[in-house]
Design a protein around this ligand. Structure first.
Ligand SMILES: [Zn+2]
Ligand SMILES: [Zn+2]
Length: 235
């Protein structure tokens, strides 16, 4: 049997050569070694509140001080630049489910930096957008991550209206764009739960904050945020 599997694998490789999710060149790994070397992982020296890389570990960075974020803490795997952008783009537009597993496996150790959670959920897309794309990339990440962590995953949020893509808006517009755009699905069943909220990219934190507000309306006990990447403004 192993030999048959080997032949099938070789045949599949010829028909559908595996490519790197970031640069598209032939690669047996979902991220080729050249791209792998360029990925910028965010270490554990961060602001404990928003997950921004800092010189020293701080409870709240300058941006977080005095700002009510609605969620307890956030952590991100990579800086959102170069290769990470390419990987997440291919997750978003090329339906690469395998890469979702790969990214989620790398996100899993970050969970230790956050508080214990009872359930995993994700930032929802509008029904229209999800139908057009066929899937929600944050749901793929969330479900894989939940498997890795041995937790359950469920859609706890829904989008109540269409919003513009956060990444294409200037900072001021982003806050207004999402306000009131999310609602929790069922309030009675999640009261008192600690929720791990998953998204692909953390930009200003306003999307996940708005989701956290909706979850807290349903009386969840805590919301922790984990994302594959995070934009980092250079000071
Ligand atoms: Zn590559
Ligand atoms: Zn911060």
């Amino acid at each position: 049997m192993p030999r048959v599997r080997h032949v099938v694998r070789a045949l599949l490789d010829v028909l559908f050569p595996p490519t790197c999710a970031a640069c598209g060149t032939y690669s047996q790994r979902s991220i080729c070694p050249l791209c792998e070397a360029k990925l910028e992982a965010i270490g554990s020296t961060t602001c404990l509140c928003c997950g921004k890389p800092t010189l020293h570990r701080v409870g709240a960075c300058r941006e977080c001080r005095g700002r009510d974020f609605k969620f307890h803490a956030a952590a991100a795997l990579w800086r959102y630049s170069g290769v990470a952008r390419g990987v997440l783009k291919s997750l978003k537009y090329s339906n690469r489910r395998l890469i979702a597993h790969e990214i989620a496996a790398r996100m899993a150790p970050l969970y230790a930096r956050l508080g214990d959670c009872d359930i995993v959920t994700w930032v929802p897309m509008s029904k229209y957008k999800e139908r057009r794309r066929g899937y929600n990339q944050s749901e793929l990440l969330a479900r894989s991550l939940a498997d890795d962590l041995g937790l359950g995953a469920a859609p706890l949020l829904r989008k109540t209206r269409h919003t513009h893509d956060q990444n294409r808006l200037p900072g001021r517009e982003r806050r207004k764009n999402n306000v009131g755009a999310f609602a929790s699905v069922s309030s009675s069943s999640i009261a008192g739960m600690r929720v791990l909220l998953v998204d692909d990219i953390y930009t200003t934190g306003s999307t996940v904050a708005d989701c956290a507000v909706a979850l807290r309306k349903a009386k969840v006990a805590a919301v922790y945020v984990i994302t594959a990447a995070r934009t980092v403004k250079e000071a």
